[in-house]
Ligand binder design. Structure first.
Ligand code: SAM
Ligand code: SF4
Length: 332
């Protein structure tokens, strides 16, 4: 239970850590080209934390003063009984936890939207890289756009606030940003564009796909009234207010603008490895502490001193990914 007795988490650079992204599985029903190789090898189940262990970790973070938890993956909604975890963590809302959210590819949202709302979730991020069925199928290698759109509709109907996340891919979906913005605009959804990050070996060269978002924003600003907002969602996105739609357009630009100075987050993999930075390899094994009956709260507090100043992402031809693990393992 949330029995916070000490101060909140703070790293060696004075940054308060109030946000944890918890990956509940490395598995996924899609194989997005920039995220995973076609023949992705998933982890043996014994390595993956049980739902009960994941709940204990979430509770320990809240006991340390963490105010926001995001469930992610892999695809969090393909994990069996994940709703039990959502309910357990949702039960912490009002006891230290302010928000429980989810990042999903949307394929199972139709099934779970109402249950997520009942568990206390109020906002979901849905990743949609294209609104054209064939292109969507090609990017995800096995996704069906219609199911995702049904899922999004179900989420909105259940009362969940939806934000769309789109990875900007040169030569793949760079002719669709206007359509995505308009589509989100009429539905009242915010849209966030993301630069592709060099994480894990995939089957293609990311150099060909990398699209700096400064140029994308400048181009969009010729057709849309974009006004920079001071608004930060506690994350790396910089937002514009879109005059025509009344919604927000965010840009996550780890490559062109390093966002590390305001970083308030850490990530935990589904194997219980605490990563202090998305773009660095340093990790702390919380699974060992959990399984050996150690003091998880103390381990989390001690780990904060190891949070690095920032990432070293570079995208270049013949360059190895900055980190060997894929985003699906660290949890986006
Ligand atoms: N499966 C869920 C989804 O797709 O939303 C949650 C996990 S996914 C790893 C989280 C986010 O990371 C998605 O928005 C996805 O597009 C993004 N992502 C995955 N690999 C990436 C990469 N190499 N660079 C940038 N974004 C990436
Ligand atoms: Fe799965 Fe999300 Fe990675 Fe796509 S981005 S393969 S949906 S984990």
């Amino acid at each position: 239970m949330a029995d916070d007795t000490g101060p909140g988490l703070r790293d060696g650079f004075g940054r308060a850590v109030t946000y944890v992204r918890l990956s509940v599985t490395d598995r996924c029903d899609f194989r997005c080209v920039y995220c995973m190789p076609e023949r992705m090898r998933f982890l043996p189940r014994a390595e993956v934390l049980s739902l009960e262990e994941l709940a204990r970790l979430g509770q320990a973070f809240v006991a340390c003063g963490v105010r926001k938890l995001r469930l992610t993956g892999g695809e969090p909604l393909v994990r069996r009984d994940v709703m039990g975890l959502a309910r357990a963590l949702g039960g912490l809302i009002g006891q230290g936890l302010e928000e429980l959210t989810l990042t999903t590819n949307g394929s199972q949202l139709g099934r779970y939207a109402a249950e997520l709302y009942a568990a206390g979730v109020r906002r979901v991020n849905v990743s949609v890289d294209s609104l054209r069925p064939e292109r969507f199928a090609a990017i995800t290698r096995r996704g069906r756009l219609a199911s995702v759109l049904e899922g999004i509709e179900a989420a909105a109907a259940a009362g969940l606030q939806v934000k769309l996340n789109t990875v900007a891919l040169r030569g793949v979906n760079d002719d669709e940003f206007d359509d995505l913005l308009a589509w989100c605009g009429v539905r009242g959804f915010d849209l966030c564009l993301i630069e592709t990050m060099p994480m894990g070996e995939v089957d293609e060269d990311r150099t060909d796909r990398y699209l700096p978002l400064d140029a994308v924003r400048a181009d969009l600003a010729r057709r849309w009234s974009l006004t920079p907002m001071g608004f930060r969602s506690g994350g790396p996105a910089r937002y514009d207010f879109v005059g025509e739609t009344g919604t927000r357009l965010g840009f996550i630009t780890p490559m062109t603008h390093n966002f590390c100075e305001s970083c308030n987050r850490v990530r935990v993999t589904c194997t219980g490895q605490l990563y202090l930075c998305l773009g660095q390899d340093d990790q702390v094994d919380l699974r060992g502490v959990l399984r050996e009956g150690g003091d998880v709260v103390a381990a989390i507090r001690a780990a904060m001193a190891r949070k690095p100043r920032g990432h070293d992402f570079v995208i270049g031809r013949d360059q190895k990914p900055a980190v060997a693990r894929t985003m699906s393992l660290t949890g986006g």
